[in-house]
Design a protein around this ligand. Structure first.
Ligand code: FAD
Length: 262
């Protein structure tokens, strides 16, 4: 029996234009199509695979605006059992610390949690920090950047893959927290039956106050870091064209030297 909490975030579609708002430099989420974060789709898939290999329940936890309900329903239509949605205007512009505090409070309301599964990073903020902060706040062992996860009774075994260290084998006792990478699995597509069933699955919607978190600890005004200035990235330039009249290699090398790339 493994009761799993999986953390999902709604993010702007990577293929739509993403921009910062001119007023407070936070991400302008309204101007872009929103999707369930791709790495979080794999976190949901991993949670379902562990549940299907044994017994247990999968609870989705999401901190996000009202429209994040679509991302939650996607996770429920894949097969998750229920969800907790923390939605509160006070959260606008929250930094990673505040986000992790709110997620920790939401997880502590879920009974008998054996395993928390997160993405190793998100595709919008990309801090790659929430899982570690959460493990600290919840006092859980953390097994991060998982490439492979195996739950055996009350033990969890993970193969971590990072660019620097290659493959590392980690083990811990449950309860524990795992963050997964985008390479861990191929998420299933929700079936029509799954999509219909998701409409009836319970989603508990909570405010920061419901969680007993002080609104004075969250939001842009209380963030430890803030964006003071932002400018749209310059349009891509056409690039340099090299005509190869037998000296193409030399010209490319001269160009790379000129760009201080070699
Ligand atoms: C462009 C941009 C720049 C930012 N820069 C900073 C900064 O410099 N410092 C700072 O403190 N904050 C910053 N933020 C805010 C930060 O992104 C948010 O606090 C965010 O909710 C958490 O950070 P993350 O998505 O980067 O987290 P990561 O640590 O990258 O997320 C890892 C995993 O945690 C889980 N998770 C993250 N957020 C949520 C959520 N809201 N609900 C459920 N699960 C979640 C997901 O499983 C995710 O895959 C930035 C946001 C943006 C969009």
């Amino acid at each position: 029996m493994t009761n799993i909490v999986v953390l999902v975030k709604q993010v702007p579609d990577t293929y739509s234009e993403r921009k910062l708002s001119e007023t407070d430099h936070t991400l302008d989420r309204e101007s872009a199509d929103a999707v369930l974060d791709e790495i979080n789709e794999r976190a949901v898939e991993e949670a379902l695979k562990i549940k299907e290999a044994g017994e247990g329940e999968v609870t989705v936890v999401c901190v996000g605006p009202d429209r994040a309900t679509d991302a939650i329903r996607k996770a429920l239509s894949m097969g998750a059992d229920k969800a907790v949605h923390v939605s509160d205007p006070a959260l606008h512009g929250s930094d990673v610390l505040a986000t992790a505090k709110v997620i920790a409070a939401a997880i502590q309301r879920v009974e008998g949690v054996d395993l928390v599964i997160a993405g190793n990073e998100s595709s919008d903020g990309g801090a790659g920090a929430v899982p570690a902060i959460l493990a600290e706040l919840l006092g859980l062992p953390q097994l991060t950047h998982a490439h492979h996860v195996n739950v055996e009774g009350s033990a969890i075994k993970v193969d971590r893959e990072t660019a620097d260290e290659g493959l590392t084998h980690l083990e811990a006792s449950l309860p524990a927290l795992v963050s997964v990478t985008e390479k861990i699995n191929e998420p299933r597509y929700p079936s029509f039956k799954g999509i219909m069933a998701a409409k009836k699955k319970p989603v508990e919607t909570l405010t920061v106050g419901d969680l007993g978190v002080d609104a004075g600890e969250v939001g842009l005004a209380n963030a430890w870091s803030s964006v003071v200035e932002s400018a749209p990235k310059p349009p891509r330039s056409a690039g340099v064209r090299v005509e190869d009249e037998g000296d193409g290699g030399t010209k490319v090398a001269e160009y790379l030297v000129g760009q201080k790339l070699i």
